[in-house]
Design a binder for this molecule. Structure first.
Ligand SMILES: [Zn+2]
Length: 144
């Protein structure tokens, strides 16, 4: 398990540029995201770009991009012994309800907007929808 010391040295909390909601309980407001300090600026920029691209919170909500599925979380990749990048605070899940683990992305199914995928990828993040094998369309991770 990560120590409090590791967390204090590596994690920061960014303020979300628009109000988000917990995907597991939409009544729960998410105003900050705990993540690795090395990805904090990039993550905050991408979220700002998402808001800018959609132009309003209503549009962001329409596409489910305010539905926060988690970021820093000490866990293994399910079905594996490898640590997930969530364990380092270098990954974020968005709108898990419409992007469940497993199924490949398909158009017209209300899944991850390609606009959002492009914004993350331009910033150097990897999208789980392009994973070899099991797809994870809700998931973005910073690498390198
Ligand atoms: Zn994830």
């Amino acid at each position: 398990m990560p120590t409090a010391k590791w967390e204090a040295a590596h994690l920061v909390t960014i303020r979300t540029p628009y109000p988000m909601r917990a995907a597991w309980d939409l009544r729960l407001a998410i105003i900050g995201i705990r993540c690795h300090r090395r990805v904090a600026e990039s993550l905050s920029n991408v979220l700002e770009e998402i808001l800018e691209a959609y132009g309003s919170l209503a549009e962001v909500r329409h596409y489910g991009m305010d539905r926060f599925g988690g970021a820093y979380n000490y866990r293994r990749i399910s079905g594996s012994t490898k640590l997930s990048l969530h364990a380092y605070g270098a990954a974020i899940d968005l709108d898990p309800e419409h992007n469940p683990l497993g199924p490949a992305w398909r158009a017209g199914a209300g899944m991850m907007p390609m606009l959002v995928v492009e914004l993350f990828e331009e910033a150097g993040w990897k999208w789980g929808g392009r994973f070899e094998g099991r797809k994870d369309c809700m998931h973005f991770q910073a690498t390198g």
